[in-house]
Design a protein around this ligand. Sequence first.
Ligand code: ADP
Length: 405
Amino acid sequence: MSLSKDFVTSCLTGVADPVRGKDLVSSGALQWVSACDTYASIRLFMPPEAGKGVLQQVAQLAHTKLQQVAQRNGEAVDSLIVEFVDDAGTVVHTARFGGMVQGTAPAKPQPPAGSAGHEPIPGLEKSAKPAGQHGLPGVRSIIAVGAGKGGVGKSSIALNLAVGLARRGHAVGLLDADIYGPSMPTMLGLNTLEQAVVAGRLQPFYVHGVKAITIGKLVDSERPLIWRGPMAHGAFKQLTEQTGWGELDYLIIDLPPGTGDIALTMAQTLKLSGAVVVCTPQKVAQDDAVRAAGMFKQLGIDVLGVVENMSCFVGDDGKSYEIFGRGGAEMMAQRLGVPFLGAVPITMSLRENSDAGDPSANFEGTDAPGVRLRESLENLVTNLESQAALAAMRSGAQKPVLTIS
Ligand code: ADP
């Protein structure tokens, strides 16, 4: 069973707006709804006179109503995220029900130190914060996805990890920081949508359960992006710090390929949970990936694991063809002493779904290659969740929980 936007909206017509009277839909409080499988997110506008207590009460009523109606209709609600925004579109409170990682506390932003000049993206206010390693307020875990070179499927893996995590009820952001070749506008189907900037803050697109921001929506897509170091630095800082992310369990950052300026800026400015390195099975690709892993280690960023993409081709008959060889990335991970997160096959559908801007379809395949793809992606997501939880324990943000039954 799957929740739909219309279903969630109709449930909210049964919840009173405590400030303006009427219900949450006819009062104009409901700004958007997103529903996917058994997970739903809603955004409500409430005037400033509604205090936190009232907001929490409204969220509770919305959750209870949704669960009651869903139960009557034989639907399940595993997770509901309710965001409240003010009239500038800034998220002022988030309430979540179910679907959360147990025992994690929001990362505490650490005071930034030092400062660095940069050129602002037109339309955005200049970042007030000086540079320095810190978390993003309300974001629990920041994970970068990198690769030694382009074309190995780094963006595809970053995107599918984000969508897969969101499908499990996590609140997920995706930052396309591949300033030299942003692919998310196409892969997420954003090409006809306009980037909104409210009160100097970028508003992420909410698509496929993920809040996404891409540099590709801020620059001319036909023009080559030639960035000097300080410009790249400034663009990255603005994309991370001046986006209205709200509360997130995970922010996935799709880095440019190689070992360049953006990775350096990221390491200097953000406190990451770790990085994922994507590579293909060939020996030459692994050499590049070893360099990328080395870069993360040098920058003091934990490598949470290696993903082998294009590990084999799966045809319509379900047969595997090991075009590039197989297992190289796993061996490389062993050599580097980092976890192997899993292998993703080449399938026609992954490429087609990327071109069509429909990554959710990668998790819904029913034919033989589609099922292999889906299982491989779910496996990646499970392994990343585990590695992120371990990273949180290492950093002291999460305490281990021992369950005896
Ligand atoms: P990168 O970010 O490393 O440059 P992309 O993720 O943009 O690579 O992928 C490059 C191209 O390869 C895209 O057209 C993408 O759809 C395709 N692709 C990536 N991984 C796969 C896969 N496992 N199966 C089929 N096509 C893939």
